[in-house]
Design a protein around this ligand. Structure first.
Ligand SMILES: *Cc1c(COP(=O)(O)O)cnc(C)c1O
Length: 228
């Protein structure tokens, strides 16, 4: 079985090949290692191989890992990528560096109020539902501008961009269209004067397609840590 270090090298080279195929600079895309369901020890191994940004879906599981890896805290960046309920916002505001799954104003307002003053602003992405009724989370694209503008105005948050999780489809053209729609939305939002630098889209199975369409951050779990 390949080790996490070998998997990281393989994923990094997939990213750099996709960047060069798309004629984008090699550093145009950040790798977020999705460590959900894997133990703190797996994160420690990836960190030893140079990985810094990690994504988690479940708040309690993440907090347990953040605690277990407290000795590495200053060199780790924790991203929440799973759905967030309002009763969990305080611990998220206190423990995470990024939240990629903001899809309503109430959650953003709570995160801003609850972000401790001694920490830098919480880095935020608005999650967009680009697959219609197929997926439950995310703001519909036609409401993304209003939500982004409201989030950008909150004092303890820094709005960085949008995140999309297209519903899985076996049809490569449909997949490509969903990714292209998100990218178009990202550019429209920037055209409206929002200063956004992060388009989080692409996972183990579609990172090349996402990079061609303009992703700046891919969220990779299975290809790094194995099947869940
Ligand atoms: C689990 C998850 C991923 C990683 O998916 P893989 O197919 O394992 O790479 C990425 N993004 C989100 C939001 C996830 O929940």
């Amino acid at each position: 079985m390949a080790t996490i270090t070998e998997n990281l090298q393989a994923v990094r080279s997939r990213i750099s090949q996709a960047c060069s195929a798309a004629q984008r600079p090699a550093d145009a895309v950040t790798l977020l290692a999705v460590s959900k369901t894997f133990p703190a020890e797996a994160v420690r191994q990836a960190h030893a191989a140079g990985q810094r940004a990690f994504g988690e879906n479940y708040v309690q599981e993440a907090v347990d890992k953040i605690t277990a890896l407290a000795d590495l805290r200053s060199t780790l960046q924790w991203h929440l990528i799973g759905p967030l309920q309002s009763n969990k916002t305080r611990v998220v505001a206190e423990q995470f560096d990024w939240v990629q799954s903001v899809d309503r104003l109430k959650i953003a307002e709570r995160l801003s109020e609850q972000r401790p003053a001694h920490l830098p602003p919480l880095q935020v992405l608005v999650q967009v539902n680009c697959s219609g009724e197929d997926s439950k989370s995310g703001v519909p694209p036609d409401q993304a501008l209003a939500l982004c503008e409201a989030v950008a105005a909150l004092p303890r948050l820094s709005l960085r961009g949008i995140m999309a999780l297209p519903a899985p489809t076996p049809d490569p053209d449909a997949q490509r269209r969903a990714l292209a729609t998100v990218c178009e939305l990202f550019h429209n939002l920037r055209g409206r004067g929002l200063s956004l630098d992060t388009l989080s889209m692409g996972m183990s199975g579609d990172l090349e397609a996402a990079i061609v369409e303009g992703s700046t951050m891919v969220r990779v779990g299975t290809a790094l840590f194995g099947h869940r």
